[in-house]
Design a binder for this molecule. Structure first.
Ligand SMILES: Cc1cc2nc3c(=O)[nH]c(=O)nc-3n(C[C@H](O)[C@H](O)[C@H](O)COP(=O)(O)OP(=O)(O)OC[C@H]3O[C@@H](n4cnc5c(N)ncnc54)[C@H](O)[C@@H]3O)c2cc1C
Length: 715
């Protein structure tokens, strides 16, 4: 705590202590006011403004210091100044006092509390951002929440001071009126207990929740209004139509079938979508072949003279297709039909909130449905680079068609897809130049993690160019050349093939969104609310098309919410939960993450402790010759609660599972340490990290006592 804060805290503590030490509470008793009422009234008649000023000031101080006595003062003000003036004085004094208490709490505690409980407060902040002043208004109206607690807690959030002030002023008004009015009858009052009858409290509660109910009603009305523009079928052929049979659409239709809804899944291209055909599956299959080649080159490290690797690139790419064909049945029409899903091969077009037109080889037909789930996925982003179209380029959609290894390959983009493919092609024998505009590859990870991967890439002779901005492509003497800007200079990179891996953009046009007025977010994904609903409550979106993540596992996670909300939203809706989202980049070294990393914790101002464990020390990693890597865990300062973790190294994507479960279910480092892990495994790395955490957080005082105890036992 800064000196200023300490001084102010000391001053406030002294004032509060003085209040109790000098028993000032006696002046805030009903009996005291009653006994002195005539005297105080005389004073007010003689000095009306001064009396009003003194009461106002006294009230502000009591409220600002959160002292007991505000209720009695409200009665007294009512008795002395009457209902009208009394209400004016109390209303303004209590709001000013409350705002001062709010500001004091913000100044004294906010930084420290946010540091410790920042992630939890963020949820409250998000609620406040969403519902705005309504939350505060409801709290203010309901007398069950002590006013001083509301002042102090709100100071810790990021609600604006002005908002706090005016909402408090309006929200406290009904309560103020009750007290001041009671004060006008002070002579007949014997206690303040009965002032708020259960009926009155009930009315306040209703008044408090009314705005929230009203907001929901307005939302429902809005939804009705957008739907009212469209003719509604008198009955529906099916409960759900799912557009797109990728990871999101497959899971959505599966869940619908499991709960016995009548569901139709429409796919215009290939069942399985991106993940099966052009994404996760082919990339991981290629990684395996490339990895074998890389491992063979390390034969001497394992006591072998050499391993000769002879391969044909086309055969490697054919194996990739074989792998796809082997996995294909999992996502096939046959399987999903057997699960109870009607599968249609065709292009879907939403024609109204309740109808989808499908164009198939046999012609077009219209399906009526109560709900629609959009799972139309994303496509590779192709940057508007002059000369790119003329030179030709590869994307993650087309790279799988290659049967001749490009001798010189430029990989544009340093994200996970760019990194995975750059390493694969380098291992298969291409001379790879990776071009990234940002200062490092894998920019979402911490700098030292990016550097570990970049170092390995350089060792494998990948030419990693960070801070290089691709500006155009030209042809020079029959050769394709990428021109980049770097440090104010133009740099030429000749190449044979260029792979665009600069991101993926959601498919949001061409199937009816524009016609229905379904919006697109600034991130160019379908605009949805927390329940994954579009402006039409019965049209939902999930997967890459909805964002914010672009992974198979997040697509299927969202699919659950979208489907359940689509089918049962009228009864109960579920907010999509992104509290624990993991992912991995399958380079070597592999990088896996869950929750916050250090960079994000700093950006979000979340206090943390870092625990590191270097995998090079792990017995199994040494035996396997896979010593490169680390476990990095962020925990709440002084506590074992995990805020996030990154694992780098062999099988990091598998190893992180333990930390994902731990985070999801609130298991801390102590419990991980207390869990038996099989020896010798790579999984022990997490336990070792927990051990490091424990050593750093050992209770030093207790240990000193233990040392004394042992010394005493030795005699
Ligand atoms: C090279 C690469 C590697 C990847 N590796 C991983 C990984 O290791 N792990 C991971 O989690 N993620 C990975 N991903 C990301 C993952 O593939 C996607 O996040 C996931 O496939 C998204 O699923 P989806 O269902 O949202 O979309 P998609 O799989 O794209 O499915 C959308 C489907 O909708 C269909 N469609 C669109 N419009 C219509 C229409 N009007 N009518 C009918 N059908 C329509 C499309 O044809 C498509 O089949 C990778 C991606 C790439 C490109």
């Amino acid at each position: 705590m800064s000196r200023q804060r300490l001084l102010l805290a000391a001053l406030i503590l002294a004032l509060i202590a003085a209040f109790f030490a000098f028993d000032l509470g006696q002046y805030f008793q009903l009996e005291y006011f009653k006994a002195r009422q005539a005297e105080i009234e005389d004073f007010r008649h003689a000095n009306p403004l001064l009396a009003a000023g003194l009461f106002f000031l006294g009230y502000v101080v009591v409220a600002a210091l959160s002292l007991p006595g505000a209720a009695i003062m409200s009665l007294a003000v009512g008795a002395i100044f009457g209902l009208a003036w009394g209400t004016v004085i109390v209303s303004f004094a209590s709001s000013v006092g409350a705002t001062l208490a709010f500001l004091l709490s913000r100044f004294l505690f906010r930084e420290a509390v946010r540091g410790r409980f920042g992630d939890r407060l963020r949820a409250i902040d998000a609620g406040l951002d969403k519902e705005g002043a309504l939350y505060l208004f409801a709290l203010r109206l309901v007398p069950a929440f002590p006013f001083f607690v509301i002042n102090l807690v709100m100071g810790l959030t990021r609600v604006r001071t002005w908002t706090f002030y005016w909402v408090s002023q309006i929200g406290m008004l009904p309560g103020t009126l009750v007290y001041v009015n009671a004060g006008t009858q002070l002579a007949t009052l014997t206690s303040i207990r009965g002032l708020l009858s259960p009926a009155l409290i009930g009315s306040f509660v209703l008044l408090g929740i009314f705005p929230l109910i009203a907001k929901r009603a307005v939302e429902a009305l809005k939804s009705r209004r957008v739907l009212a523009r469209w003719p509604r079928p008198s009955k529906f052929d099916r409960n759900l139509v799912v557009i797109g049979a990728g990871s999101a659409g497959l899971v959505a239709s599966y869940i619908a079938a499991v709960v016995r809804a009548k569901v139709t899944l429409i796919e215009k291209h290939r069942m399985g979508g991106d993940c099966l055909n052009t994404g996760c599956v082919p990339s991981k299959a290629l990684i395996k072949s490339a990895r074998l080649i890389a491992q063979a080159k390390r034969a001497h490290e394992f006591g072998l003279k050499s391993i000769e690797v002879d391969f044909d690139f086309a055969e490697v790419m054919e194996r990739v297709q074989r792998v796809i064909r082997t996995v294909e049945p999992h996502d096939s029409v046959a399987r999903y039909t057997s699960l109870g899903v009607e599968c249609i091969q065709g292009e879907a077009q939403i024609t109204s909130p309740w109808t989808v037109e499908v164009r198939t080889a046999d012609g077009a037909r219209t399906l009526s449905t109560r709900s629609i789930v959009i799972a139309a996925g994303a496509r590779p982003l192709v940057p508007p680079l002059p000369g790119l179209a003329e030179a030709g380029y590869l994307t993650s959609d087309t790279v799988w068609d290659l049967r001749t290894l490009p001798p010189r390959l430029v990989v544009l983009g340093g994200g996970p897809i760019g990194c995975e493919l750059a390493q694969c092609f380098a291992r298969l024998g291409s001379r790879v130049t990776q071009v990234e505009m940002l200062p490092r590859i894998l920019i979402r990870e911490d700098p030292e993690i990016s550097e570990m991967v970049a170092r390995q890439f350089r060792e494998e002779r990948i030419d990693v160019r960070v801070g290089y901005k691709a500006v155009r492509i030209v042809r020079e003497e029959g050769e394709k050349v990428l021109i980049c800007e770097h440090g104010g200079q133009e740099v030429r990179i000749p190449f044979d093939e260029l792979l665009c891996a600069v991101g993926r953009v959601a498919n949001t046009s061409g199937y009816g969104l524009e016609e229905l007025g379904i919006g697109v977010s600034p991130a160019r994904t379908v605009e949805t609310n927390d329940y994954l609903e579009t402006v039409y409550p019965n049209i939902l979106a999930c997967g890459d098309v909805a964002g914010p993540y672009q992974f198979t596992h997040t697509a299927s996670h969202q699919a659950w919410y979208a489907t359940v909300n689509a089918l049962f939203g009228g009864v109960k809706r579920f907010r999509a939960d992104y509290s624990v989202v993991p992912w991995a980049t399958f380079t070597e070294p592999e990088v896996a993450r869950v929750g916050l990393n250090e960079t994000e914790a700093k950006e979000k101002n979340v206090a943390y402790d870092v625990t590191l464990y270097a995998i090079e020390d792990l017995d199994r990693a040494i035996a396997d010759g896979e010593r490169q890597g680390m476990v990095k865990v962020l925990t709440v300062p002084g506590r074992d609660r995990i805020l996030g973790a990154t694992i780098v190294g062999e099988h990091a994507g598998d190893l992180i599972a333990e930390l994902i479960v731990a985070m999801k279910h609130g298991i801390g480092m102590n419990k991980i340490l207390g869990t038996i892990h099989i020896y010798p495994t790579l999984a022990e790395a997490t336990k070792m990290a927990a051990g490091n955490w424990k050593r750093a957080h050992a209770p030093q005082g207790m240990l000193r006592w233990a040392e004394r105890f042992h010394a005493w036992k030795r005699g």
